[in-house]
Write a protein that binds this ligand. Structure first.
Ligand SMILES: Nc1nc2c(ncn2[C@@H]2O[C@H](COP(=O)(O)OP(=O)(O)O)[C@@H](O)[C@H]2O)c(=O)[nH]1
Ligand SMILES: [Mg+2]
Length: 313
């Protein structure tokens, strides 16, 4: 296992310009999560009951989830924190939460087939994320096959095909076929032609929860049966703008699938990026990828330190 997208020292300039892009994408999240909360209390006095109530409200509003917000406020009270200690406290807590959720490195096993199963509701940004990821893998010399498993909407397959062309990746597409059979075909082809990677696009009709979950489980079984051990990541894609709804979506998908990570899309301009902490805390699911725009280059590895720096500074 190694980090596929590890930064090299000579890329320092690229990293710093990437950091600026991240910081600007996260500016609203940073305001909601840090500035608005820290501004409630000022000076070096102990934070009083009234301020604690306001802090709790602001944390919930910043999409940290009720449980986590209440827990943080309890700690502030217990520790008898002073106003000027609040920012440092939050930073430490957020770092701890992310650490507990586990590694943020996308799993990639060199020398064998790697399957990335991508799930999430319609519009979350799955197909876009797959397109961006395919391009990154291709650019680093890997043989990439996309499986058009969202067979419900013809437009979804076309969209994936456009990304496949852009990335110069191969695609298995069978209009209106059963998604599990598309995945089966992709696995057979990948084995025969020695592909390094399959990325599976899936449907996300949450209106028909039962059917959706059955379909996803069926795909999972096809993978386990025909390519045992090849499933490198089962990724849930969440739109950052959903805030608290993201938590209920995560619950549904976690019940159906053995998720290994989340990808948070549309962080650019969203004030609800705090969802990353709520997901880490509530489901012990690490974020591994983040989307900060619609273009190929707008996919970033989730880097804890960088993320925390971007929202705290
Ligand atoms: N601003 C922004 N838009 C995004 C991002 N990721 C996806 N989108 C847009 O969100 C919309 C839905 O994305 P799509 O990949 O089709 O979602 P899917 O239904 O889950 O496959 C498209 O218009 C994308 O261009 C992102 O990180 N930032
Ligand atoms: Mg799609």
């Amino acid at each position: 296992m190694f980090n596929f997208f590890k930064k090299k020292d000579e890329d320092k300039n690229i990293i710093s310009s990437g950091f600026e892009a991240l910081k600007s994408a996260l500016s609203k999240t940073s305001k909601a999560l840090i500035d608005n909360v820290v501004d409630i209390a000022s000076g070096n006095e102990e934070i009083d009951e009234f301020a604690l109530d306001d802090i709790e409200t602001m944390l919930i509003k910043a999409d940290l989830g009720v449980d986590l917000s209440v827990e943080l406020v309890e700690k502030i009270k217990e520790k008898k924190l002073k106003s000027n200690e609040l920012k440092g406290f939050l930073k430490e807590e957020f770092e701890n939460i992310l650490n507990i959720a586990g590694s943020n490195e996308l799993v990639y096993n060199d020398g064998s087939l790697n399957i990335y199963f991508v799930a999430g509701v319609n519009g979350a940004g799955k197909t876009t994320l797959i397109g961006k990821l395919a391009k990154r893998f291709k650019d680093s010399g890997k043989k990439v096959l996309l499986a058009a498993g969202d067979t419900f909407r013809a437009a979804a397959e076309e969209q994936l095909e456009i990304w496949a062309k852009r990335a110069n990746a191969d695609i298995v597409r069978r209009d209106k076929a059963d998604s599990a059979s598309v995945v089966y075909e992709a696995i057979e082809r990948a084995k025969k032609e020695d592909f390094d990677i399959i990325i599976i696009d899936t449907a996300g009709r949450l209106q028909n929860k039962f059917n959706l979950i059955e379909e996803l489980k069926k795909i999972k079984n096809v993978i386990d049966k025909n390519a045992p051990g090849a499933l490198s990541e089962c990724i849930l894609v969440l739109d950052a703008n959903l805030g608290q709804n993201g938590l209920s979506q995560a619950k549904v998908f976690k019940e159906a699938l053995n998720l290994t990570s989340v990808a948070i899309t549309k962080l650019d301009g969203s004030a609800k990026g705090g969802i990353i902490f709520a997901i880490a805390k509530e489901f012990a699911l690490p974020a591994k990828l983040i989307g900060i725009g619609e273009k190929s280059e707008d996919l970033k590895n989730f880097d804890k330190k960088e993320f925390i720096e971007a929202i705290f500074n």
